[in-house]
Design a protein around this ligand. Structure first.
Ligand code: B4P
Length: 335
C-alpha cells in the first residue's frame, strides 16, 4: 500500500509527515481511556474491557473493536527472539519504517505502568544490537492519552539509517552558543516544543563509572521528577481555568506520557490529550513519534491540517502548553 513521506522545516529541523491512507482501514485495537493506577496489581491478561478501568471525561474515547490481545498469544510469524526472562521481540504488523519492532513483556503488564529497569535494559540492548545504533529510536506510549492503543505493555524500536529529527534537535539545542554553555551528560534540557518536555543527556557507559542499569534508572527518575515539578508549576499559573486545573490534577496522578530513548538521550513529554485541538473536526492522533517530529496522517484532511499548522505546533497541543510569556526553553535550561 502507498505511503508518502514529506518533510517540513521547522526550527531548522526537517520534521517528517508520513501519509499512509491504508492505515485508516487497519483494525483498531484501541486502548480505552484509562487513569493509570500508581500501584497496578494486574498480573494476567484482561478478558473484558471492564477490566480496564475508568474513563477521563474530557478526552475523546475511540470505539474499542478488537478485544483480543495481539501479543498474548503472539503470531508465530512475527516472533523474533526472547530477551532474558521477561521480554520478547515481535515484528510490528503495521510498520511504516522497515524493521520497526516491539519489545513486549512475556506476561501481561498494563501499558499504564511505569517502565521497570528490566524494560529499559531490554530496549537498550536492542538499541545496541541494531545497525546504525546511534540513529535508532526506542519509545514507550505510557497511558491512553499518550497515543497507545494496545493495553499490553510494549516498547517499540525503530532502526533508522539517518538521525531522526529529534536527535538533530537535541544535538542542536545542547550545543554551545554565544552566551550559553555547552550541555553535558547528566544535564536535563528542553527542546523548543511549546509544551513541557524534558531531555536527559546520557553519558557514554564506556566512559562512566556507572553501569548501564544505573545510568538508565538515574535518567528515568530525574525525568519523572522534572516532569512532576513542571506540571506543578503549570498548575500554579494564575490564568488557568478550573477545567485546566483539574486536567493538571489528573495529569499528576495518571502519568500519561511519551518516552523516547536513543543512545544519546532519554526524553519525557507529559500528555494532556491524545489528539491535537480539532480544526473543523480534523485532528491528529499523536504518539511518542510525534515528539520525535515524525507524524502519521491517515487522511488527506489530517495531512492538510498538519501542513498548515506545522508539525511542532500540532504535536505541542497534546502536551501541557505553557502560556508563551511564562514558558521558554531558555528558562527551562536555567533551572
Ligand atoms: P501503541 O503504543 O499501542 O500505539 P501506536 O504505536 O500509536 O500504534 P497504533 O496501533 O495506534 O497504530 P497507528 O495506526 O497509529 O502500539 C501498538 C503497536 O502494536 C503498534 O506498533 C502496532 O502497529 C502494533 N500492532 C498492533 N497489532 C499488532 C499485531 N497483531 N501484531 C504485531 N504488532 C501489532 O500507527 C501504525 C503504525 O505506524 C504504528 O506502529 C505506529 O507506531 C507507526 N507510526 C506512527 N507514526 C509514525 C511515523 N511518523 N513514522 C513511522 N511510523 C509511525
Amino acid at each position: 500500500s502507498e505511503t508518502v513521506k514529506s518533510t517540513e522545516t521547522e526550527y531548522e529541523v526537517d520534521c517528517e509527515i508520513c501519509y499512509a491512507p491504508a492505515l485508516a482501514r487497519k483494525p483498531q485495537g484501541v486502548l480505552p481511556v484509562v487513569e493509570a493506577d500508581p500501584n497496578p496489581k494486574v498480573t494476567s491478561a484482561p478478558t473484558t474491557s471492564g477490566d480496564l478501568h475508568t474513563a477521563m471525561p474530557s478526552t475523546p474515547v475511540k470505539k474499542r473493536i478488537e478485544k483480543t490481545n495481539p501479543f498474548l498469544p503472539h503470531s508465530p510469524a512475527l516472533y523474533v527472539t526472547d530477551i532474558g526472562e521477561e521480554h520478547k521481540v515481535l515484528l510490528n504488523k503495521f510498520c511504516i519504517v522497515p524493521r520497526h519492532f516491539l519489545v513486549v513483556t512475556k506476561e501481561f503488564h498494563p501499558q499504564t505502568e511505569p517502565l521497570s529497569p528490566q524494560d529499559m535494559l531490554a530496549v537498550w540492548s536492542c538499541l545496541n544490537a541494531v545497525k546504525d545504533s546511534r540513529n535508532a529510536l526506542a519509545f514507550y506510549n505510557c497511558g491512553s492519552r499518550s497515543g497507545a492503543s494496545q493495553p499490553h505493555k510494549h516498547m517499540q524500536v525503530i532502526p533508522l539509517e539517518t538521525p531522526s529529527p529529534i536527535s538533530i534537535l537535541v544535538r542542536e539545542t545542547s550545543m554551545r552558543r554565544p552566551g550559553k554553555k555547552e550541555n553535558r551528560p547528566g544535564d536535563i534540557i528542553s527542546v523548543p516544543f511549546n509544551c513541557i518536555n524534558h531531555v536527559y543527556l546520557l553519558p557514554d557507559p564506556a566512559q562512566s563509572d556507572k553501569d548501564e542499569e544505573e545510568i538508565l534508572i538515574e535518567a528515568y527518575i530525574s525525568l519523572m521528577d522534572a516532569m512532576m515539578t513542571s506540571i506543578r508549576e503549570y498548575a500554579d499559573q494564575e490564568s488557568l481555568s478550573d477545567e485546566e486545573k483539574s486536567l493538571c490534577a489528573n495529569g499528576m496522578s495518571s502519568f500519561a506520557y511519551n518516552w523516547i530513548l536513543t543512545k544519546e538521550f532519554m526524553m519525557i513529554v507529559p500528555r494532556k490529550q491524545a489528539s491535537s485541538d480539532p480544526v473543523d473536526g480534523v485532528s491528529l492522533d499523536v504518539n511518542s513519534l510525534g515528539f520525535a517530529c515524525m507524524v502519521l496522517a491517515k487522511t488527506p484532511e489530517v495531512l492538510t491540517m498538519v501542513q498548515k499548522k506545522g508539525v511542532i505546533n500540532t504535536v505541542s497541543e497534546t502536551g501541557f502548553c505553557f502560556l508563551r510569556e511564562y514558558y521558554s526553553p531558555e528558562k527551562e535550561q536555567q533551572r
